[in-house]
Design a protein around this ligand. Structure first.
Ligand SMILES: [Zn+2]
Length: 240
């Protein structure tokens, strides 16, 4: 090998050492495009988490153990046979425990007649379709698994009614769209709350209780003002 050839070989080796990009497997030089590619999995994590959450909520609703229920006796002196448990959350609702002040509501507080659970899902589903930007609606206590007394011994101020699977508490939507009960009436999205009241009336509610400071209204004899209802409405379905 002549000197010129040696020099060329050395130069080539040096060049190869500093320029590994001569091989196809060489790492790409830094570029904005590469940074976006690297961030790819992180960027994709948001939507995929939403998709998983939606699938979970759909699954919870699909898993409802539907059965034929019977409301026995009266809402304030009765019991529930064949109650259906509302899932802890769904596509358009979350549940809220009024005693522990957290979501979800405990399972034994979420039993109603099949008709009550269907009505809640239908009304809230239609509400969500009409207000696609609205947050999910909070549902509180229904009845206990076999109904009966739901007084203060079960926490908080208790319920005089909620005994035969025809009553449900529904929290007013919040202006800040947070998924929790409003703490005061000025946190309530009045327009959305009134729409929920109207929808329950149209769905055939026998009674809707609203709080004295909410300024919510409806047909006399159906929408009634009652103390302790400034953070939620109470809907009662008629006996079948
Ligand atoms: Zn109630």
């Amino acid at each position: 090998m002549g000197l010129a050839a040696v020099a060329a070989a050395l130069a080539g080796a040096a060049w190869a050492a500093t320029r590994p990009a001569t091989t196809p497997a060489a790492p790409a030089p830094p570029s904005p495009g590469a940074a976006i590619l690297r961030a790819g999995p992180r960027v994709a994590a948001g939507p995929s988490r939403l998709v998983r959450r939606l699938a979970l909520r759909r699954g919870l609703e699909a898993g409802i153990d539907w059965r034929r229920s019977h409301a026995i006796g009266l809402p304030y002196a009765g019991s529930l046979a064949g109650g259906v448990r509302l899932p802890r959350e769904g596509v358009h609702f979350f549940t809220w425990d009024p005693v522990l002040r957290r979501s979800p509501d405990r399972p034994w507080r979420r039993y109603g007649t099949d008709r009550l659970v269907r009505t809640l899902l239908a009304v809230i589903g239609a509400y969500a379709a009409a207000h696609p930007q609205a947050a999910r609606v909070g549902i509180g206590d229904l009845s206990r698994p076999h109904g009966g007394d739901f007084g203060p011994e079960f926490g908080g101020i208790g319920h005089a009614s909620h005994q035969n699977g025809l009553d449900a508490d529904v929290y007013y939507p919040r202006l800040d769209r947070r998924e929790r009960a409003p703490r005061s009436v000025d946190q309530i999205d009045h327009r959305l709350a009134q729409d929920l009241v109207d929808r329950f009336v149209r769905a055939g509610a026998q009674l809707v209780f609203v709080g004295p400071n909410t300024h919510l209204h409806g047909p006399a004899g159906v929408v009634e003002v009652l103390i302790h209802h400034d953070d939620h409405l109470h809907v009662r379905l008629p006996a079948a």
